[in-house]
Design a protein around this ligand. Structure first.
Ligand code: PXG
Length: 296
């Protein structure tokens, strides 16, 4: 039998089937915690430093003190990957408020818990990459910036789950969320971009969108390719009538959007800017300069 994957919980490794959190953990009771989703490609953990840094920024906002330094948590991620002999992996890093009592007060939670899951990931199909994906704008709004905004990568993802279910129910591949004003914010686990008249636009963080690590890279690549890139409010109309649209994200990488609420985007095929950015991103995932080696 194949050896079971080992999961790191507070410095101890448990087989996947026995890796559990206590029912009094405020991560479960109140969604009180933060997480990161990270990928490793061919022995390199892509943008690990940036993901760890974002984890600490999320935790800082929740006044959640991670009981490890950034260096220690980096080493724990690498060690977990080595323990599982992984080279291509999906890494889920979770920090919960820890065990408390049946009340909201986090002062009752003396010790946050650090969980590191390393597993494989179901990636976007090659068909999605070649033809683009279909999307629906969901009735479920993104969290406003003055609530549990998605600028914080917290354990509150219920609006993403609901929007994803809606997309599935309507036979679409992915959902798009609006902010409170009706402007486009992002996908349920992806940032969104449009291309119009040769210029690239993405919604600002005032829409509650996460500062995506893949998005930041896509912006860099687009600028290097000579395109103007700007943060701008995007209306549903502007999305429907864009020349190109695409998502970026750790799971999605760069993926073309061919349809929004049954409206075809552009000519319905991945556009030239999207294709160039997909190629640039793919090249980056096999470049050691973009990550940290698991096996030095
Ligand atoms: N917006 C949101 C709300 C996210 O959760 C992104 C954008 C893209 O950010 P990055 O930094 O990954 O380019 C995310 C990331 C999943 C899954 O299981 C989702 C994310 C990351 C990993 C896995 O669907 N979301």
């Amino acid at each position: 039998m194949e050896k079971e994957l080992q999961v790191y919980i507070d410095g101890i490794y448990y087989p996947k089937s026995q890796a559990k959190v206590p029912v009094y953990d405020h991560g479960l009771l109140y969604g009180d915690g933060v997480f990161e989703g990270i990928r490793a490609y061919n022995g390199i953990v892509f943008k690990l430093k940036e993901h760890i840094s974002r984890l600490y920024r999320s935790a800082h906002t929740l006044m959640l003190k991670i009981p490890l330094t950034e260096e220690e948590i980096t080493e724990a991620v690498l060690e977990t990957l080595r323990k599982n002999s992984l080279r291509d992996a999906y890494i889920r890093l979770v920090v919960t408020r820890g065990v408390g009592d049946l009340g909201l007060d986090p002062r009752k939670c003396p010790k946050p818990s650090v969980i590191i899951i390393t597993d494989t990931i179901s990636i976007m199909s090659s068909e999605a990459k070649e033809k683009g994906i279909s999307t629906v704008i969901s009735w479920v709004r993104r969290h406003p910036v003055d609530t549990t905004t998605h600028e914080i990568k917290s354990l509150n993802y219920l609006n993403s789950v609901l929007a994803k279910m809606e997309a599935t129910a309507y036979g679409a591949d992915e959902a798009i969320g609006l902010d409170k004003t009706g402007a486009i914010s992002e996908g349920v686990g992806e940032n969104l971009f449009i291309v119009k008249d040769g210029k690239v636009f993405t919604p600002p963080s005032s829409t509650g969108a996460l500062a995506g690590i893949t998005a930041k890279l896509a912006i860099e690549f687009a600028k290097n390719l000579g395109y103007d890139v700007a943060e701008a409010n995007i209306t549903p109309f502007q999305l429907f009538t864009a020349d190109e649209a695409f998502f970026t994200g750790t799971a999605a990488e760069v993926v073309p959007i061919r349809e929004v609420n049954k409206r075809q985007i552009g000519n319905g095929k991945p556009g030239p800017v999207t294709k160039k950015l997909m190629a640039a991103f793919e090249k980056a995932t096999s470049d050691r300069a973009f990550g940290v080696p698991i096996y030095p």
